[in-house]
Design a protein around this ligand. Structure first.
Ligand code: HEM
Length: 221
């Protein structure tokens, strides 16, 4: 029996609510899990995984989900309030990412270890620099008249480049989970379950951004 268009739309809406709720829970759960493993404060190093996970798993995910039509925590608020929530959480992301970067650089310096020699370190550095640039670029959306570009186009560029930033963050998290420190602390099936969290959340985020901004209809002037 063929589904009616109305029933199909309802089903799709319910699936999007489930996926969005899962993204909230997984990004929070993953952050709590890494925090438990790292025990922030137990050493200088311990702040690095904690702050980076807080930034890229929790804050950055919430900063995007705030615009979700199905599961935003600011669902009942106006677009203006959501935009404010987005950039405030993005500022927190950048602060945590920069502090996490400074922490690991200081830790390596104190332990006389070489800098930026692993894939995690290399991609991680690019990620932090990228989200700083992305956040600076985002300010142009607050003052579009300064650039004299159509706001709709600026939004699409910001969303596309945000998607790249989010994927870089997820890649850095996953590479961090491949480090000797993490693989000796978290073993067996737990590692795979933990790795699934940022992967699943990034799929929900990619879907939200692409269906909101990158469909052909939205890009056409
Ligand atoms: C998106 C999040 C992350 C970013 C951007 C990031 C960035 C970095 C950078 C730039 C370094 C190298 C610093 C240097 O060489 O002076 C580094 C080192 C390190 N990070 Fe992360 N990190 C992130 C998440 C994590 C997570 C979640 C873990 C653990 C689960 C972790 C574990 C480590 C370890 C063990 C090192 C030292 C070994 C190495 O250089 O590869 N990181 N990180």
């Amino acid at each position: 029996m063929a589904l009616t268009a109305e029933y199909e739309a309802k089903l799709y809406h319910i699936l999007r609510i489930i996926a969005g709720t899962l993204a909230h829970l997984l990004s929070f759960g993953f952050t709590v899990f890494v925090t438990t493993v790292a025990r922030p404060g137990s050493s200088l190093f311990s702040w690095h995984p904690f702050l980076m996970t807080l930034a890229f798993s929790f804050f950055m995910t919430e900063a995007v989900l705030v615009f979700s039509p199905d599961c935003s925590l600011l669902q009942s608020f106006s677009r203006k309030v959501r935009v404010r929530g987005h950039w405030l959480v993005q500022v927190l992301t950048v602060c945590c990412a920069l502090t996490g970067l400074i922490t690991i650089i200081c830790n390596k310096y104190l332990n006389d270890k070489p800098h930026f020699v692993t894939w995690h370190a290399f991609i991680g550095l690019i990620t932090v620099l990228y989200i700083c640039m992305q956040s600076l670029g985002g300010t142009s959306l607050l003052y579009p008249k300064l650039l004299n570009w159509p706001l709709a186009k600026l939004k699409v560029y910001h969303a596309t480049s945000g998607m790249i930033g989010y994927l870089l963050g997820t890649t850095s998290l996953l590479l961090g989970m491949c480090s000797l420190w993490f693989t000796t602390s978290v073993i067996g099936i737990s590692w795979y379950v933990a790795a699934l969290c940022p992967i699943l959340v990034s799929l929900v985020i990619m879907n939200q951004i692409s269906s909101a901004y990158l469909s052909r209809k939205r890009i056409q002037p």
